[in-house]
Design a protein around this ligand. Structure first.
Ligand code: BG6
Ligand code: MG
Length: 211
């Protein structure tokens, strides 16, 4: 008997890597504000929404900003980020990821559950715009990970209960969201060391030994 009826994937850090582009775009903004932002701090922003990420960066300094100023800064960062995303192509999906997705698609409904409002743009850049059965992203939710909303909506879109879905995540906020939503999860990358994840995987193809 199979353990799960569907799989929900985080996008950034699981299907493709956008970390460096997020970092470069936030770094440009942080430098303009003379804030000591580095790659290590950037890791804290994984899975976290754009505005919450900005708040974490602004917390590196003393100054308070109005909501309008924050909106303008988030917009500026996103403009830089979108320009960097233009560089992405299907070559940004590894052979391991692509072959695993194709194999799983033959047996399971598959969804994306991402905090990013750029999800659909990224999926189109990497050639997976029409691949998934459901895509729930930052535009569809009112609370970002670690709130489980994005995964609950993804399960619902696949007509599945949380306990029937496996969530695949690379971020602490995403593993926590899965736990809070009643999902089993597989942690990959940094999340492969997190306690909340039921499975710890090195590469996406390790899922084939679980599912
Ligand atoms: C997540 C990333 O997928 O999306 C976070 O891990 C990012 O780092 C979040 O902040 C929101 O992204 P976007 O594209 O809406 O700015
Ligand atoms: Mg991620």
């Amino acid at each position: 008997m199979r353990k799960y009826d569907a799989v929900i994937f985080d996008l950034d850090g699981v299907i493709c890597s956008t970390d460096e582009y997020h970092y470069l775009a936030w770094k440009e903004l942080a430098d303009s504000l003379a804030l000591p932002f580095d790659r290590q701090y950037n890791n804290k922003l994984r899975g976290v929404s754009r505005l919450e990420s900005l708040n974490l960066i602004l917390a590196l300094g003393e100054r308070q900003y109005s909501d309008e100023e924050k909106q303008a800064m988030a917009q500026k960062k996103n403009d830089t980020y979108r320009r960097l995303l233009e560089k992405m192509s299907p070559a940004d999906v590894s052979d391991d990821v692509l072959s695993t997705l194709n194999e799983l698609k033959r047996k399971y409904p598959l969804a994306i559950g991402s905090s990013s409002r750029n999800t659909k743009f990224i999926l189109s850049r990497i050639g997976l715009a029409d691949f998934f059965d459901a895509v729930i992203d930052g535009n569809d939710i009112s609370a970002s990970k670690p709130d489980p909303e994005v995964f609950l909506k993804a399960a619902d879109a696949l007509s599945q209960r949380p306990s029937s879905c496996l969530v695949v995540e690379d971020a602490a906020a995403g593993i926590e969201a899965a736990v809070r939503g009643g999902f089993d999860s597989a942690g990959i990358g940094d999340a492969s060391r997190l306690d909340g994840a039921k499975y710890h995987i090195e590469r996406l193809s390790d899922l084939l030994g679980i599912l």
